[in-house]
Design a protein around this ligand. Structure first.
Ligand SMILES: Cc1cc2nc3c(=O)[nH]c(=O)nc-3n(C[C@H](O)[C@H](O)[C@H](O)COP(=O)(O)OP(=O)(O)OC[C@H]3O[C@@H](n4cnc5c(N)ncnc54)[C@H](O)[C@@H]3O)c2cc1C
Ligand SMILES: NC(=O)c1ccc[n+]([C@@H]2O[C@H](COP(=O)([O-])OP(=O)(O)OC[C@H]3O[C@@H](n4cnc5c(N)ncnc54)[C@H](OP(=O)(O)O)[C@@H]3O)[C@@H](O)[C@H]2O)c1
Length: 275
């Protein structure tokens, strides 16, 4: 049996702040900054930590007796031996004003339980899976597009990633580009993963809110596909509260029914942040 308590000292926190109960303390392996608002980082994975691709965990820093924890989608797939996260930098954010300064070798705290609705098990079988993301909402889909199970369950996968500016698309763009050469996933994704990257506030080849592109049909026309159809399509949605509300209304108008882990359905939603 694996000893969780022993694992807590792996990547030990500074001695003045003991690792809180129910948390792992892990080492930062790498950090990559994309813009002044966005970065990604990878940490060591506790041997006993299991999660489903698309789930989120609670992340904190060992910088206080009662550290601030925030929800983070795990951006790496369930099979990866490290854990990847894609993060906003909120200038005065209680967590991210510190988190944005992490470097390899630093310690990150992670609560031991993962959860979330953007999991394959929450959807009933169908031909095509749409992943609709705005901003950091692409993080859970970074996990799912790298999981072979996604391609076992769906013949076609479409990732629609919309950000304000071109630079904010970099993480998603690079991820999809890297998949082509990935020795494990490249073969699954080839010809089956389609990627639609758009901006709303800076000129780029594809512009406009995802809601506008669903409503006017240009999202589907651009891919040579028919609009959402409950017999063909399943949809996962991740973005701000407003975005979720608006995309959900469009998906429901197409006749799809919301699912959950307890009761799988035709679409699922999750907040990329609160507020
Ligand atoms: C289920 C879930 C999953 C999440 N997954 C991620 C993730 O993978 N990556 C990530 O960066 N954040 C994610 N978040 C948001 C995250 O929990 C924190 O809010 C974020 O890290 C900022 O923390 P903070 O303490 O610095 O500021 P907070 O006090 O938490 O936030 C301050 C304000 O910053 C804005 N904000 C917060 N997070 C974001 C964001 N991601 N994008 C744009 N604006 C934001 C909001 O206006 C918020 O009111 C998730 C939230 C939820 C509920
Ligand atoms: N430099 C900065 O300081 C800076 C820069 C950007 C954002 N921010 C702040 O960060 C927070 C989050 O910004 P964000 O860009 O990560 O997330 P966001 O505001 O949710 O925007 C991400 C993308 O989602 C789109 N969107 C927003 N609401 C939508 C809706 N109801 N339906 C469909 N699409 C929708 C946006 O389009 P639109 O462009 O049309 O809104 C944008 O393309 C905001 O509070 C913002 O003020 C700060």
């Amino acid at each position: 049996m694996h000893d969780v308590a022993a694992e807590k000292v792996e990547g030990a926190a500074p001695a003045e702040f003991p690792v809180p109960a129910g948390c792992y303390a892990q080492n930062v392996v790498s950090v990559r900054h994309y813009t002044d608002r966005l970065f990604s980082f990878r940490i060591t994975r506790p041997q006993s930590f299991r999660f489903r691709s698309g789930e989120f965990v609670m992340i904190g820093l060992p910088n206080a007796a009662k550290p601030v924890f925030r929800a983070y989608s795990v951006a790496s797939p369930a099979w990866d031996d490290e854990l990847e996260f894609y993060s906003i930098k909120v200038p005065d954010g209680p967590l991210t004003r510190h988190l944005q300064k992490i470097r390899p070798g630093d310690t990150v705290l992670m609560r031991q339980k993962s959860t979330g609705t953007l999991v394959l098990d929450a959807l009933t079988p169908a031909k095509r899976l749409w992943m609709i993301a705005t901003g950091t909402g692409v993080a859970p889909f970074a996990s799912l597009i790298r999981d072979p199970e996604t391609y076992d369950k769906f013949e076609e996968v479409v990732l629609a990633n919309t950000c304000r500016d071109v630079a904010e698309l970099a993480y998603g763009n690079e991820l999809v580009a890297a998949l082509k050469d990935d020795p494990l996933i490249g073969e699954f994704a080839a010809g089956r993963l389609r990627y639609v990257a758009a901006t709303t506030r800076e000129a780029s080849p594809l512009m406009g809110r995802i809601t506008a592109r669903i409503a006017d049909g240009s999202l589907f026309a651009g891919l040579g596909l028919a609009p959402f159809d409950p017999t063909v399509d399943r949809v996962m949605i991740c973005g701000s509260m407003e975005m979720l509300k608006d995309v959900k209304a469009l998906v429901e108008a197409a006749g799809l029914e919301e699912g959950s882990v307890a009761e799988p359905g035709q679409f699922v939603v999750e907040r990329a942040f609160v507020g």
